[in-house]
Design a protein around this ligand. Sequence first.
Ligand SMILES: Nc1ncnc2c1ncn2[C@@H]1O[C@H](COP(=O)(O)OP(=O)(O)O)[C@@H](O)[C@H]1O
Ligand SMILES: [Mg+2]
Length: 229
Amino acid sequence: MLELRAIDVAYGHAQVLHGVSLSLARGEMAFVVGRNGAGKTTLLKTIAGFLAPSRGTIELDGVPVQGVRAEVLARKGVRFVNQDKRVFADLSVRDNMELAAHACGEPLERAVERLVGLYPKFSGFLDKKAGNLSGGQREILLIGRALVGEPRLLLIDEPTEGLAAIVIEDVFRILNSMKHSISSIIVEQNLSVVARLADRVFTMKEGRIDREIDDPARIADSAALEACL
Ligand SMILES: Nc1ncnc2c1ncn2[C@@H]1O[C@H](COP(=O)(O)OP(=O)(O)O)[C@@H](O)[C@H]1O
Ligand SMILES: [Mg+2]
């Protein structure tokens, strides 16, 4: 459903991605792993349309989309969850969902129902200010927002970064519940999460895809994944 061919991306004169090619099949959950500065966030932002490649092509369901702006891609069902876990802090959880639901033309009740389905504890938090949520709850709210309107491609940058172990398991369960129902590319440093969820793993080094691993036995071995970094 997604095909990148030989993508180059630069910030000004500093080229950060070099000839990146990857493909994702419908319903697959792929992970991108690699050290800090490898270019993982740049890759997701390029697929989401926040950065335009200087070379190469990106096809979404067979349609070229390189250079298409993020707002347009969002309307086509490409959603990006930023690494920073920023929500509208002064608004309630429900109002955070309302903004996304309104933008997508989805009834608020359906958006809220989906969020509560992901994480039942939210049923008691809907009127709470989003700024008072824990880091894990904010991440779950952001994933819930990204799922509004049933997108076709979900891109999530470091969903478990900075979270306590117990909350990492909450995020893990939510991602696990989404497996097969959506196509996704997730950047993640926690290799135990990657090993338990990934259909496919791309390792990045210095702006290039270094390896692609799709053998389930190799993916399930987080020590072997670590050795690839
Ligand atoms: N806005 C920017 N302007 C210039 N260089 C950037 C910018 N964002 C990231 N970079 C550089 O691009 C490289 C890849 O960054 P990034 O994609 O954030 O890596 P990762 O997400 O793997 O840690 C790094 O060398 C980083 O310093
Ligand atoms: Mg990053």
